[in-house]
Design a protein around this ligand. Structure first.
Ligand SMILES: NC(=O)c1ccc[n+]([C@@H]2O[C@H](COP(=O)([O-])OP(=O)(O)OC[C@H]3O[C@@H](n4cnc5c(N)ncnc54)[C@H](OP(=O)(O)O)[C@@H]3O)[C@@H](O)[C@H]2O)c1
Length: 222
């Protein structure tokens, strides 16, 4: 069994991955920006007999991430990192605010890179360890009104593919996950871009596919 650290675990796919990994006996360490959401998931897991703890941190702040990971590692030997936290803002490039552009670049790119860098030295001391980066089909091809979001996901695709090569022969396996749209709070501020999010696949279903189909391979397409 693993100790799984999941970023963005307060809602959507991260929450489902946490519930489902905990339900099959893994310890879960929940990380995200909003403590209220994390505490709710934490309580759901612990009340149903699972083992969860949570830490609130903005993953786009690399220095804070290093501090939090050092605290986490004092208590939990994390063996599986899932970089899932992410944000999306949509529309033509000129319509995007600089704040939203920065948020996507910082959360999606720096968040994943900083979290991985902070945990990797520890993961490399273990017999087997895993890093999984939740990307999107936005990491595979360009899309209208998604330029910066797509750019952030292409960056993580490049980061992941390079780490797979860098860590070949080590005890750490690295995986990129590419999935289409999911019915999560992700789309709540993008109602003109996705009008009917209820038509998308549920995060429960995608989490179950990830858990069932993941065997340390470098890529999963859902
Ligand atoms: N929904 C889709 O259609 C879809 C499709 C493909 C891929 N994805 C990807 O799947 C991942 C999960 O998204 P989701 O659909 O489950 O959306 P979600 O429900 O909005 O979940 C994203 C989570 O990430 C957290 N987060 C965002 N920025 C953060 C930061 N800087 N620091 C810490 N936590 C942060 C959010 O916490 P707060 O709410 O507290 O900020 C939220 O709990 C994302 O990487 C997304 O790009 C989504």
């Amino acid at each position: 069994m693993d100790t799984v650290l999941i970023t963005g675990a307060g809602s959507g796919l991260g929450k489902e991955l946490a519930l489902q990994y905990a339900a099959v006996g893994n310890k879960v360490v929940l990380v995200g920006r909003s403590s209220d959401k994390l505490l709710e998931v934490n309580e759901m897991i612990n009340k149903s007999g699972g083992d969860a703890t949570c830490y609130a941190v903005d993953v786009s702040n690399i220095t804070k991430v290093e501090e939090v990971i050092s605290n986490v590692l004092n208590k939990h030997s994390v063996s599986f990192l899932i970089n899932n936290a992410g944000v999306g803002h949509f529309g033509s490039l000129s319509s995007l605010s600089n704040l939203h552009i920065e948020e996507m670049v910082r959360s999606n790119i720096l968040g994943t890179i900083g979290m991985t860098k902070a945990l990797l030295p520890h993961l490399l001391t273990l017999k087997h360890a895993k890093v999984m980066n939740i990307i999107s089909t936005a990491g595979l091809k360009g899309k209208v009104n998604e330029s910066v979001y797509v750019a952030s996901k292409f960056a993580i695709r490049g980061f992941t593919e390079s780490l797979v090569k860098e860590l070949e022969g080590s005890t750490v396996s690295v995986t990129a996950v590419y999935m289409g749209g999911m019915n999560t709070p992700f789309w709540d501020n993008a109602k003109t871009h996705i009008k009917e999010k209820s038509r998308l696949r549920s995060p429960e279903e995608i989490a179950a596919v990830i858990i069932n189909e993941y065997h340390g391979q470098p890529e999963i397409f859902i």
